[in-house]
Design a protein around this ligand. Structure first.
Ligand code: GLU
Length: 262
């Protein structure tokens, strides 16, 4: 087994972004959910500890409440409170098909910073894992304000991965990874396959991709930086594939791997 591979990891955090899990009508992308859950169940059967970080509350709440996307921060917080029920129901129903139990955890940035809160969060997560229950975590949008909002669950997922000593963070997105140049959908696309340290050049690549709206690549690179400091490797890949996680053992699968020094 390849050193530093997912299959040699004991604890894995998997983050699923809103744009991947929800569709333009504010509903759940059922195909993506089904494929991701199947792969997580496969990992669980291989005795891996899996922690899920899922976005999608605001997007699903907007759909249910029939609202447009020009919401204020406070409106988004209220919409997230509505959508979080839909988000967890969708995860629970899909996992139920595999007789797998799930639990919900909502965390604010201050919970991560505060020693006592973060200790309690770690204890809760560890106990859920011991109870064979998959923790599904989202930001606590109700109490997070503009200045302190994670803004994107990539950073929350990275901070969590460090806190729980995960070996891997998988960021499932609607892009294949980090590109040297903005992807043009042709075979010459220059996908970065491996990153061993995050240099200014890497950050600049993420910046370019971000400006062109190809996913929040900068926050993913920041997330990778947080994880690598804690010896946790990171993979960015598209969750639109049939086997988004299982396919990662195939070298031909498009992904960017940030390899932490062990
Ligand atoms: N907590 C937000 C949600 O669930 C995260 C938004 C995002 O990262 O896209 O909608």
């Amino acid at each position: 087994m390849q050193k530093n591979s997912i299959l040699s990891s004991n604890k894995i955090v998997i983050k699923i972004g809103s744009s991947l899990l929800t569709n333009s009508r504010g509903g759940v992308n059922k195909t993506v959910l089904k494929n991701v859950v199947k792969d997580i169940v496969w990992l669980l059967k291989s005795n891996k500890n899996i922690i899920v970080v899922s976005s999608g509350a605001i997007s699903l709440g907007r759909g249910k409440l029939n609202l447009k996307d020009n919401l204020t921060l406070n409106e988004s917080q209220a919409v997230a409170a509505r959508g979080q029920i839909e988000l967890m129901t969708a995860w629970q129903n899909e996992f139920k098909k595999h007789k797998q139990q799930v639990a919900q955890i909502l965390l604010s940035p201050s919970d991560i910073k505060n020693k006592r809160s973060s200790k309690n969060a770690i204890a809760t997560i560890e106990n859920l894992l011991a109870f064979n229950c998959v923790p599904i975590i989202n930001e606590n949008d109700t109490t997070s304000t503009d200045e302190i909002k994670f803004g994107d669950n990539d950073i929350l997922a990275a901070q969590l991965a460090s806190l729980v000593d995960a070996n891997y963070l998988i960021l499932l997105s609607n892009v294949d990874g980090l590109y040297k140049e903005p992807p043009k959908n042709n075979k010459n696309d220059d996908l970065v396959k491996e990153v061993k340290s995050i240099t200014r050049k890497i950050r600049n690549m993420a910046g370019t991709a971000n400006k062109l709206g190809k996913g929040g690549m900068i926050s993913k690179v920041e997330a990778a930086e947080i994880c690598m400091k804690s010896k946790c490797s990171v993979i960015i890949t598209s969750g639109l594939k049939e086997k988004p996680i299982r396919s990662l053992s195939n070298k031909k699968t498009k992904a960017t791997k940030f390899i932490a020094k062990s």
